[in-house]
Write a protein that binds this ligand. Structure first.
Ligand code: ATP
Ligand code: LTN
Length: 334
């Protein structure tokens, strides 16, 4: 019998091209944690429609994101890789959790406040109840660990609060998930406004490094990156957010420490820091990009991954959902 491992659930919205922030905050850690956990890696397409999507690009964004998951090294045989919309239990549990969530706690979510500002003409109820669907994603599978970037900490906390609230009333139904952030790069910053998170939906494309950016675009984006008027290379997030962000990226992609790079680049000036970061990142991304383009062409293979992932996730989602229905007193289906 194979030994049961603790469970990971995480997901990314297929809302556009995936970014270096998505990689460092999420994907990289999924890959390194996948040997020690049983993992569910979802493309959270239901979350994505909280912001209006063009149907055609939405569909191709889903395949693009899937091919990225695979190209970075996620193993779809050992783990479940699937579309959230293929597993009805997510929305079923979300409805129930809606009835245990408070308006007050949801209105305090920073992502809701930010996205409401950005989408003033479409502050829909889905945007507001977004964390409840995310809690359902997590709680449905008895998840122990949720590897995400720092911006998602608040949402994982709501999932924990809901699980505890529910368990307090009905007994031990849900596992209480822990959040996991990488030690370095839990919040990569915009290259143009380094006090703001790097985001795939930033209006200014120079602010964000996309995983599929061409080498010349990467070089240009780093050359234009905002630093400061000083020249000293040192890691100081508060006073030198731009320089600290570049040092973080450089350290992560070379698997060396920020201290080593700071020492090595001492006295070189920001120009050298920018080209070193760009060049190392370009080399780091090259093999992943190559794998991506091979995988992306193979529609049949991508569909087979989704099919298998969905079947296994549907199966895995039943136990806790049934338990929830049961403790609430619903009459079981005949
Ligand atoms: P959007 O701009 O559409 O809101 P996003 O770029 O913020 O998208 P998400 O799909 O919301 O991306 O995030 C997927 C994962 O990537 C989450 O775990 C999130 O924390 C992580 N992530 C996103 N941006 C960054 C970042 N700048 N630094 C570190 N992690 C990030
Ligand atoms: N809200 C997350 C995406 C997401 C997620 C999840 C992450 C949806 N459901 C469950 C971890 C676990 C975001 O990154 N915007």
């Amino acid at each position: 019998m194979t030994e049961k491992k603790p469970i990971i659930f995480s997901g990314i919205q297929p809302s556009g091209n995936l970014t270096l922030g998505n990689y460092v905050g999420a994907l990289k850690n999924w890959v390194s944690l996948q040997d020690k956990y049983d993992c569910l890696f979802s493309l959270v397409d239901l979350h994505t429609i909280t912001v209006r999507q063009d149907p055609k690009s939405f569909r191709s964004n889903c395949y693009d994101a899937l091919a990225i998951y695979l190209a970075v090294g996620i193993d779809p045989i050992r783990h479940n890789v699937f579309l959230q919309s293929h597993v009805p239990a997510h929305t079923q549990l979300a409805w129930i959790l809606n009835c245990y969530s408070y308006m007050g706690e949801l209105s305090r979510m920073t992502q809701f406040k930010d996205k409401s500002k950005k989408n003033e003409t479409n502050i829909n109820v889905g945007l507001f109840s977004y964390p409840i669907l995310m809690a359902a994603d997590i709680l449905l599978y008895g998840t122990n660990l949720v590897p995400v970037g720092a911006d998602q900490k608040q949402h994982v906390e709501i999932a924990r609060d809901l699980a505890l609230r529910f368990n307090n009333i009905y007994g031990q139904v849900f596992a209480i998930p822990e959040v996991y952030h990488p030690p370095l790069g839990a919040r990569l910053m915009s290259l143009q406004e380094p006090t703001k998170k790097m985001s795939k939906s930033d209006d200014n494309s120079s602010a964000t490094i996309f995983l599929l950016d061409k080498p010349e675009d990467i070089l240009n984006k780093f050359k234009r990156a905002v630093t400061d008027s000083d020249t000293e290379i040192c890691f100081d997030i508060k006073n030198k957010p731009g320089v600290s962000n570049l040092l973080t990226i450089l350290a992560v992609v070379t698997d060396r420490s920020v201290e080593e790079w700071t020492t090595q680049l001492q006295g070189s000036g920001y120009g050298k820091l920018k080209t070193a970061t760009a060049e190392n990142l370009i080399e780091f991304l090259r093999p992943m990009q190559k794998r991506y383009y091979q995988l992306r062409k193979d529609q049949e293979y991508l569909d087979s991954v989704l099919k298998q992932g969905a079947a296994r996730a549907v199966d895995a989602s039943q136990e806790i959902l049934k338990k929830v229905y049961d403790v609430l007193g619903f009459i079981p289906t005949f």
